[in-house]
Design a protein around this ligand. Structure first.
Ligand SMILES: NC(=O)C1=CN([C@@H]2O[C@H](COP(=O)(O)OP(=O)(O)OC[C@H]3O[C@@H](n4cnc5c(N)ncnc54)[C@H](O)[C@@H]3O)[C@@H](O)[C@H]2O)[C@H](O)CC1
Ligand SMILES: [K+]
Length: 521
């Protein structure tokens, strides 16, 4: 699913109005009705108090349309105008008058210095104060209103985007953003829903279709995509009836050091579980017995050194290589890594100490084969590209890095993001159970395994991170968040594959999290 930028959203609105020969107030009506329909289908007329807080722009206008339809359908509604400016938008004004013509309960204006309205835990807050038009810091008294929302613990439904969240930068203060229980976002989710520094304001989101011109939605290239099942399904390579293991590639996992052979085992097992035909592990000598004993499906080649890799020399012809898991950064290993990089021509995944070796000696970056895949977690990324100002800046810097060295960078996190050329691919699967030892080694194995099977670097990364997260999502149903271990992610990979062919749904949620207790925000 595409994620449109703020400029693209405005352009989509403009074009839709023109092509469908409607007024902007008509489009606002449609957006407001889509909000109403969504809520009405869930509330089914329940008399729960709904407090609709409207700003003075078009986001506020959306709130006014919603309030009007809720009122005419008999809901218990109070409407407030958060009067932070006298520059009311035209469509806001049209809908302000329409609401006043519908009910005797006219909207109550809230100004700087006014008492804040009473909100109880059982109320529903509709946050239609700021939309994507937010372009500067918010006044203190409005921030106090946001704090008041948060303190109330009422369910908070944000229209389009949580008020206070920018589309292109991280807000300076946490209090200056509404914490949403649910965002009803028009047409497309916003990038901010998925970044570590801004996704904390987002619990759940839904994209509501408001009838933006289909051609425009189809033809417009976006910088970011959120990868759901429908996005990865076309990447899946079917197996023919007469296929044999030679057709599914031979992956080589290079890594391990004394005490860290498990990482190689996890990655190698994940290679096979992802569907690769053969896997060989290259480790120091100390890896030989544990790997052969615990993992009979793997072949093992060892270094001459007992405890660390000192010379990467093998006489097989792998179709993909994953390097770095458990590798360590001993001087001799670094030398071996350098020699390997200089001569390697095989599609490559670099993880963990492979990445740290690159950061220690960034002259090596120029030896990376085009389309190599780097899979850093944020700390490893920082060592590679330097510090960033905020998450948006991090993406900008990562893009520049990926373009400069012609590589793909997978930034691991609650929503892992693959950065390739000018694009961002955001994973929608996975859960906090994955915050456990070895889950990165498994991801490296899955991606290396897919590369071995002939998936392109972009496909292997997108499909790999999706399957890895999906496997964990299925696994926690049985294991729970706390008990999930990396081996489980391998065990459930098969289920993740099978799930691809279950009824496809759209990506449903922001980073999955444990259900919050009622009083926690
Ligand atoms: N065409 C439509 O009817 C549709 C509208 N949609 C909704 O519109 C918003 C975007 O609306 P916009 O009027 O551009 O901006 P906002 O309502 O988000 O912002 C309000 C207004 O306030 C000004 N402003 C910005 N920051 C501040 C600040 N810190 N303090 C004071 N004032 C500020 C800014 O200049 C704006 O004019 C979008 O999110 C949708 O909800 C839909 O797109 C559907 C079609
Ligand atoms: K909002």
């Amino acid at each position: 699913m595409k994620i449109f930028s703020k400029e693209q959203i405005y352009e989509g609105d403009r074009l839709t109005i023109k092509k469908q020969n409607i007024s902007s107030a008509d489009l606002m009506e449609r957006a407001g009705i889509s909000l109403f329909n969504w809520l009405d289908a869930r509330l089914q007329g329940a008399p729960v108090p709904i407090l609709v807080f409207c700003g003075i722009g078009n986001n506020g206008g959306n709130g006014l349309v919603l309030a009007r339809h809720l009122i005419t359908h008999g809901y218990n509604v109070k409407t407030f105008i958060v009067d932070f400016s006298d520059k009311r938008s035209q469509d806001f004004l049209i809908n302000y008058e329409r609401l006043k013509g519908t009910t005797k309960d006219w909207p109550i204006s809230i100004h700087d210095g006014d008492d804040l309205p009473l909100i109880s835990d059982q109320d529903i807050i509709v946050d239609a104060i700021f939309g994507v038009g937010l372009n500067r810091p918010i006044s203190n008294w409005v921030v106090n209103l946001f704090k008041h929302f948060k303190a109330s613990k009422a369910l908070t439904v944000s229209v389009d985007i949580p008020s206070g969240l920018f589309t292109d930068r991280v807000p300076k203060h946490e209090d200056a953003v509404v914490f949403s229980s649910l965002i009803l976002s028009f047409q497309t989710p916003k990038l901010a829903f998925f970044l570590p520094e801004t996704s904390k304001y987002v619990d759940q989101w839904e994209a509501l279709d408001i009838g933006i011109d289909t051609q425009y939605l189809q033809d417009t290239e976006t910088e970011a995509h959120i990868l759901g099942k429908l996005d990865v399904l076309p990447m899946y390579k079917q197996r023919g009836k007469f296929s044999h293991k030679g057709e599914f590639g031979h992956a080589l996992i290079i890594g391990g050091s004394y005490g860290k052979i498990g990482a190689v085992q996890l990655a190698s097992r994940a290679v096979l579980a992802s569907g690769a035909g053969l896997v060989t592990a290259f480790t120091p000598k100390c890896g030989y017995i544990p790997l052969q004993a615990a993992f009979p499906e793997a072949m093992v080649i060892t270094d001459l050194d007992e405890e660390k890799i000192t010379n990467i020399d093998f006489n097989i012809k792998p179709t993909s290589i994953g390097i770095g898991v458990g590798l360590g950064t001993d001087e001799k290993t670094l030398d071996a890594f350098e020699t390997f990089l200089k001569s390697n021509t095989v599609p490559l995944v670099i993880d963990a100490d492979g990445l740290n070796s690159l950061s220690k000696n960034n002259k090596l970056l120029k030896y990376l084969k085009e389309d190599s895949i780097l899979t850093p977690h944020p700390k490893e990324l920082e060592r590679l590209i330097g510090a960033w100002e905020d998450d948006f800046d991090k993406l900008k810097k990562t893009k520049a890095f990926a373009k400069k060295y012609k590589v793909l960078v997978l930034i691991k996190g609650a929503n892992s993001i693959a950065v390739y050329q000018d694009k961002l691919y955001i994973n929608s699967t996975g859960n906090p159970g994955l915050a456990t030892a070895g889950s990165g080694d498994v991801l490296t194995g899955v991606i290396t395994g897919l590369l071995a099977q002939g998936y392109t670097a972009l496909e292997a990364t997108c499909f790999g991170m999706y399957l890895h997260g999906k496997s964990a999502d299925i696994a926690i149903e049985f294991k729970g968040y706390q008990s999930l271990i990396a081996s489980d992610v391998i065990s459930y990979l098969g289920q993740a594959y099978l799930d691809l062919f279950e009824l496809a749904e759209k990506p449903s949620a922001a980073p999955k999290q444990e259900p919050k207790s009622k009083n926690e925000k």
